[in-house]
Unconditional design. Structure first.
Length: 256
């Protein structure tokens, strides 16, 4: 794929430059002109769907409490980094209506069938359903199957984990696949696995089946170049400007 056509996705709303998993981060990603956003969705104790990553509210809200055991009225009182509201999923879906063509990836961030089912049903009723994906790991595929059973029209995205699970992820009906790492250790392990496994060949096979393949989380130019070399359709990042500059540099180099 030509470097200039590689998509950029804001991971948690590009958390290096924006308050993660907030409507503010969604708006910032929209203004940056990137191609989509990943947000984490959870289910409150009283059955409301909300956008949040951690199991506890401590790191981003300063309250040492498990968010899944809190009611929505309690979650609404919290502030992300002391300033920003925790969004309801409905608010995020509504904001996406004003961002034409952008893709939304909703990471199911509780190992919960009720969460998967509720998210699927809500997305299926949204005007942005055709460009929204429910995302989870291949090892948690039972949750994606539950989502698909609850709302057959919902689109699935899978994080295979090890590169040898790319084909299996495609076989289960994924329309998008996200490969890569979430930290220094998993970055080393992932790249080591790919050094002995022909990942670009598997990526090309997936793309030939109509499955989009992206990589991340790329937060430095070396990581961006690595995923470009792997043949990815898109790059997940916490730093939108760095990723855009790295892709532009790679595109310029490819012309020489």
């Amino acid at each position: 794929m030509p470097v200039g056509k590689i998509k950029i996705y804001a991971h948690r709303g590009a958390m290096i430059t924006s308050p993660e998993n907030t409507l503010e981060s969604l708006q910032r990603a929209k203004l940056e002109g990137v191609d989509g956003i990943e947000l984490d969705v959870q289910l409150s104790a009283d059955g409301e769907l909300f956008i949040f990553h951690d199991d506890s509210a401590l790191r981003v809200c300063g309250k040492d409490a498990p968010v899944a055991k809190m009611k929505w009225r309690e979650l609404k009182e919290l502030k992300v980094f002391g300033k920003y509201a925790i969004p309801h999923l409905d608010d995020a879906l509504e904001d996406m209506e004003g961002w034409p063509a952008a893709e939304l990836f909703l990471d199911l961030h509780q190992p919960s069938v009720p969460l998967a089912e509720a998210t699927a049903r809500r997305v299926a009723s949204s005007p942005v359903r055709d460009r929204t994906f429910l995302l989870d790991f291949y090892k948690s595929r039972h949750l994606l199957f539950a989502a698909k059973k609850a709302a057959p029209s919902v689109r699935l995205a899978v994080m295979p984990g090890p590169p040898w699970d790319v084909k299996a992820s495609c076989d289960m009906g994924a329309e998008a696949i996200s490969l890569g790492w979430d930290g220094k250790l998993t970055r080393v392990l992932y790249r080591a696995a790919c050094a002995v496994y022909d990942l670009p060949a598997e990526v090309n096979k997936a793309k030939a089946r109509g499955v989009s393949v992206s990589g991340g989380v790329a937060n430095d130019p070396d990581a961006v170049r690595y995923f470009v070399a792997q043949g990815m359709d898109g790059i997940w990042t916490d730093d939108l400007s760095m990723t855009r500059a790295a892709l532009e540099e790679s595109a310029a180099e490819s012309k020489h």
